[in-house]
Design a binder for this molecule. Sequence first.
Ligand SMILES: O=C(O)[C@H]1O[C@H](OP(=O)(O)OP(=O)(O)OC[C@H]2O[C@@H](n3ccc(=O)[nH]c3=O)[C@H](O)[C@@H]2O)[C@H](O)[C@@H](O)[C@H]1O
Length: 492
Amino acid sequence: MPADAAAKGMKLERYASGGAMLLLLRRASGGKIVSASSHLLFRATVLATLGLVFLFTFHYPSLLSRSFSLSGGGGDGGPAHASHRSLLMSSSSSYSASAAYGGAAWEKEVRKSAKPRKDGGIAVLVTGAAGFVGTHCSLALRARGDGVLGLDNFNSYYDPELKRARQRLLADRGVLVLDADINDGLLLEKLFDLVPFTHVLHLAAQAGVRYAMEAPQTYVASNVAGLVSVFEVAAKHADPQPAIVWASSSSVYGLNTDAPFSEDHRTDRPASLYAATKKAGEAIAHTYNHIYGLSITGLRFFTVYGPWGRPDMAYFFFTKSIVSGEPITLFRAADGADARRDFTYIDDVVKGCLGALDTSGKSTGSKSGKKSGPAPLRVYNLGNTSPVPVTRMVAILEKLLGKKANKRIVTMPSNGDVPFTHANVTHAAHDFGYRPTTSLDAGLRHFVTWFVDYYKLKLDIPKLTKPAGADKPSSSSSSSKKKKATAMAASS
Ligand SMILES: O=C(O)[C@H]1O[C@H](OP(=O)(O)OP(=O)(O)OC[C@H]2O[C@@H](n3ccc(=O)[nH]c3=O)[C@H](O)[C@@H]2O)[C@H](O)[C@@H](O)[C@H]1O
């Protein structure tokens, strides 16, 4: 038997839930049983054991896999300094992690979650589905009738319990999120064997600009190796190949000073390792598009915030600190100006993600390695187009929380941060009608309302009198033409 056929055979056996059973039976029959009664006892024990294994495998696949996800730690204030080694290990221990999956019941759950509920719906594999943007996008896709299957490794970069709460929210809406790492190529292959995903929304990544100085290898493991793992399976195993939309970052603009940042500006001077891994991702995307005909769209997100957000981001941990009376540190650029960010509300970003999926175009390659022609390769800014000083963001939080922040102002440390970001979204507006509509005031009010509810605080937040989206005229290009109805409010 050729080596690859043998390997395939092994793979299949690993996923066949009955494989372990047969092995045990073979071993059992080889044993030397002396008396009839001990023979009977032995058989009964084997059968009982098999029964338990069978039940456990079919009913608790996620429990089995959990032992491979990162555990503990966290706190919810920011990076839990998760061992980067454990993240890297999850890539090398893919055999074990994949082996935890399988069985008819598990496969049925996977197919059910990924099945579109409407004619013409798409089937999307969402990586990082228990993350902030992943959760909102999965909810929005499901709400409009698309099929969604989620993956997340539930690492402890920030409070894993928040990720579990998001997973429960998704489960309530019929979206299954598997405990799995994107570096587990065998599991990805298995999923593509089960479901002909039309799209991959690849959001799993190691986020955070400043944390890259503390745990550089986690960025390489998730943002480079993990990205390659997803592209490999999509290019060489999936049949048909899906279209891929993935999360790049505004940080690729690095030391660029031309503003607003346009996709045509240079991105060869990243200021942090985080930015460098995202820039590397864009180069890798070019390669997979060029060689294998994968349709790939990179989205450069600009400081996305909102309900169910990331506790490692400033708006989130500033809110916690203001509530608890802890001091906050504000960075000021070397020239004395306040740091400014193009804070972008989650519902606007979700609309951009869905718009990108809907206009992604088809991949042109096949498993055989041949492509029938060029496939789309795109990159878009998804920002708000109006940078706001971080001091203003804090003032809004103070007003909403009815409490003054204990501020300490320092010169921005040399840790990968950049003094300002500002998106030009003309291309996204033109190609899929992207039009951010949520002001920072309104978006932070949504966030604080959620925060108070989630952490069960006794604070009275002023209610919104008008729906989000009606409070800020879009400042995006007037040349934007709305295409199909991609607008979808994420439930939060
Ligand atoms: O758009 C992106 O590509 C990135 O956006 C986000 O990075 P940033 O824009 O840096 O957000 P965030 O940390 O919330 O700091 C916000 C502001 O607060 C200032 N800041 C921060 C911390 C602090 O203690 N003090 C302070 O003034 C700080 O100087 C900054 O001006 C994502 O985290 C990142 O994953 C990536 O997606």
